[in-house]
Design a protein around this ligand. Structure first.
Ligand SMILES: Nc1ncnc2c1ncn2[C@@H]1O[C@H](COP(=O)(O)OP(=O)(O)OP(=O)(O)O)[C@@H](O)[C@H]1O
Ligand SMILES: [Mg+2]
Length: 237
């Protein structure tokens, strides 16, 4: 299913004390679509996701979810409205078991049984690992758990930060295959990636962020990939 805009950021500014991180971000993700937010270190990608998830305040601008203004809502409220963040660095609790990690998602108003059922239906591999300590699983499995936690709340908007970090290309491709399946169910997906080649194969829209602003937003293409490489090399100097 594809349809109206589920997530809309308009004119969003955000800062850390006197450091300005976002300087007027406009971004829209429709139901069933995957948008990729790309750009060099420090561009403001994570901050954008955190503002959308209610973890960081916007100084100006608006966040709308399903057409409803939710600027300034707290993360629990946003989770209840269907916004889910899969944070950078996996965001799981390594000393808890797989199922205990899943149970924590009941804060969003789903039962323990339902959380487990949804997770294992989507990630059968996790079912056999339910009593394993999460930190002892492979990187790819941990990232699966992280995605499973996100999906447990049956989100309308899924925000994913650096899914590929530290994982082998084959594992990344497998995880992105799952992201495509999730989007096909009507979820609006916003993925942040620094290394763009994999995500450009699956996204509908590629937005390039530089210095807290979206400089380009267009359909993915080889030309864009080449420009991104140049941008990253340029930013490293
Ligand atoms: N907690 C913080 N305190 C102060 N400044 C911060 C904080 N978090 C981020 N910043 C600054 O805000 C800007 C945007 O950071 P952000 O983490 O959103 O970038 P990013 O695009 O996700 O980068 P990366 O690709 O390295 O993850 C950077 O200049 C960063 O130094
Ligand atoms: Mg980041």
């Amino acid at each position: 299913m594809t349809g109206g805009s589920l997530l809309e950021l308009s004119g969003v500014h955000a800062s850390y004390g006197r450091i300005s991180a976002l300087r007027g971000v406009d971004l829209t993700v429709a139901a069933g679509r995957i948008a990729a937010l790309l750009g060099p270190n420090g561009a403001g990608k994570t901050t954008t996701l955190n503002v959308a998830a209610g973890l960081h305040p916007a100084d100006r601008g608006e966040v709308r979810v399903g057409g409803r203004a939710l600027t300034g809502a707290d993360p629990v409220e946003l989770a209840r409205r269907g916004v889910c963040l899969v944070p950078e660095g996996r965001g799981i609790f390594p000393n808890l078991t797989v199922r205990e990690n899943l149970w924590m998602m009941t804060f969003a108003g789903v039962s323990r049984a339902a959380v487990e059922e949804i997770a294992y239906a989507r990630f059968p591999k996790l079912a056999g690992r339910r009593r394993q300590t999460a930190g002892t699983m492979s990187g790819g499995e941990q990232q699966m758990l992280s995605l499973a936690r996100g999906l447990a709340t049956d989100p309308a908007v899924l925000l994913i930060d650096e899914l590929s970090m530290g994982l082998a290309p084959l594992v990344v491709a497998e995880l992105y295959g799952l992201v495509v399946e999730i989007a096909r169910t009507g979820v609006a997906v916003l993925v942040v990636e620094q290394f763009a080649s994999t995500v450009l194969e699956i996204c509908d829209l590629a937005a390039v962020m530089v210095n807290g602003r979206i400089e380009r937003a267009e359909a993915p293409s080889d030309g864009l990939l080449a420009d991104l490489s140049a941008l990253y090399l340029g930013s490293a100097t």
